[in-house]
Design a protein. Structure first.
Length: 389
């Protein structure tokens, strides 16, 4: 089976900035956009220019200064938003206008106050208006996963005929499940007659903790672009996490038959940069980029790791830019890991001395959550048994 290339559309600077409490200055946004370009994302959604003068300025700066990826600007499906998005993004090497409107009955009735027929008109007009300005137009059907499937297919058919290059299927409220979302993508592929003229994109939120799983199910069903954010930042519970998606595709490439263009060795440093600039801590147990992602505490795991890392690691720390796995000494650690640590610190001890120190170490580990190198050295000094080589 042929390996497909999946486009990574990064929306850290737009949906990610919608994380409650996060607000970035223009220069910080440019710094993140430059890091995203090094990471080799395919598309950077730089912001929502009509939202504020600051957003407009940040998108304009990124469009002018960041080379490589497509630079996208978000716009609702109206002329003012699209005009403003165009003015902000037009200096980019490859500008994209991303226009959206909701398609679910609940949004049509309670937010937009439009009939389905009126919505079809609005969506088509918006795409035509954007396409007059740039050659690359993406259309999103907000709340697609709660929309009527046949109506959704009609919307996509109309906007593709109007010139949309990418049609996005957002799970705006994180409501769908992997099997259901995969089936929706298949349905769209089978029921939109002109679907071959556009790329299918997905955009999943994490309200039920399934954003990455739903995105992967969509890829398996034929989606060609995935929208995501660094560290899974985003509105409410956040968006699909870029690092998890990319490493899932990378690690399970023979299952998905799909790969991204991401330079995975840049993942860790990009994650840290975004965490620092947004002031949003990465939880220690976060997949791929958390402090514990490559840390091993139990004796059984440490023993396996020291013999062959493949026993307990499905990807190497180096592959995401982490220098090495960590053997964390704690009360579950075994003698083997303890002895390795002594050697690493420069102590060559005889078996008897190691045994005595190991008893003291276990005693200390029962009282302390983690035993650091300085604690081990203190035990050695206390015992005054030996000196480093
Ligand atoms: O979640 C959503 O539906 C969005 C759209 C603007 C794509 O962020
Ligand atoms: Zn979103």
């Amino acid at each position: 089976m042929e390996t497909r290339s999946i486009q990574i559309f990064d929306t850290t600077l737009r949906d990610g900035e919608q994380t409650p409490g996060v607000s970035l200055q223009t220069e910080e946004k440019v710094e993140i956009a430059l890091a995203l370009a090094k990471l080799n994302v395919d598309v950077i959604e730089a912001g929502f220019p009509v939202a504020s003068p600051g957003d407009f300025e940040a998108v304009s700066q990124i469009a002018a200064r960041v080379k490589g990826p497509i630079i996208a600007a978000l716009a609702r499906a109206n002329e003012k938003d699209i005009e403003t998005a165009y003015k902000a993004v037009r200096k980019a090497e490859r500008p994209r206008i991303h226009t959206f409107i909701a398609t679910s009955d609940i949004h049509l009735e309670h937010k937009l106050k439009l009939t389905r027929e009126q919505l079809l008109e609005r969506a088509e007009q918006a795409v035509r208006y954007a396409k007059d300005k740039v050659s690359d137009v993406e259309f999103s059907a907000e709340d697609a996963s709660r929309s009527d499937w046949d109506f959704l297919c009609q919307v996509y058919e109309r906007v593709i005929a109007a010139g949309a290059n990418v049609i996005n299927v957002p799970d705006t409220v994180g409501y769908t499940t992997p099997a259901e979302f995969g089936a929706l993508i298949t349905y769209i592929r089978e029921h939109v007659p002109n679907i071959d003229q556009a790329t299918i994109s997905v955009h999943c939120h994490d309200d039920l903790g399934m954003a990455v799983a739903n995105s992967l199910a969509a890829v398996a069903a034929g989606a060609g672009q995935v929208e995501c954010t660094v560290n899974g930042l985003g509105e409410r519970a956040g968006n699909a996490a870029m690092e998890e998606l990319v490493m899932a595709l990378n690690t399970r490439r023979e299952y998905y038959h799909a790969l991204t263009n991401i330079n995975t060795r840049q993942i860790y440093r990009t994650s840290r940069l975004v965490s620092t600039l947004t002031g949003t801590a990465v939880p220690p147990n976060k997949a791929v980029v958390g402090d514990n992602a490559f840390a091993h505490e139990s004796g059984i795991h440490q023993h396996g790791m020291l013999n062959n890392p493949l026993t307990y690691e499905i990807m190497s720390p180096e592959s995401v830019g982490v220098s090495r796995s960590a053997i964390v000494l704690g009360k579950h650690s075994g003698r083997h890991a303890f002895e390795e640590r002594l050697k690493y610190l420069g102590y060559e001890l005889d078996a008897d001395a190691i045994n005595q120190l190991f008893v003291k170490f276990k005693d200390l580990a029962d009282r302390k959550k983690m035993v650091f190198d300085k604690d081990i050295e203190a035990l050695i000094v206390e015992k005054a048994a030996v000196r480093p080589e």
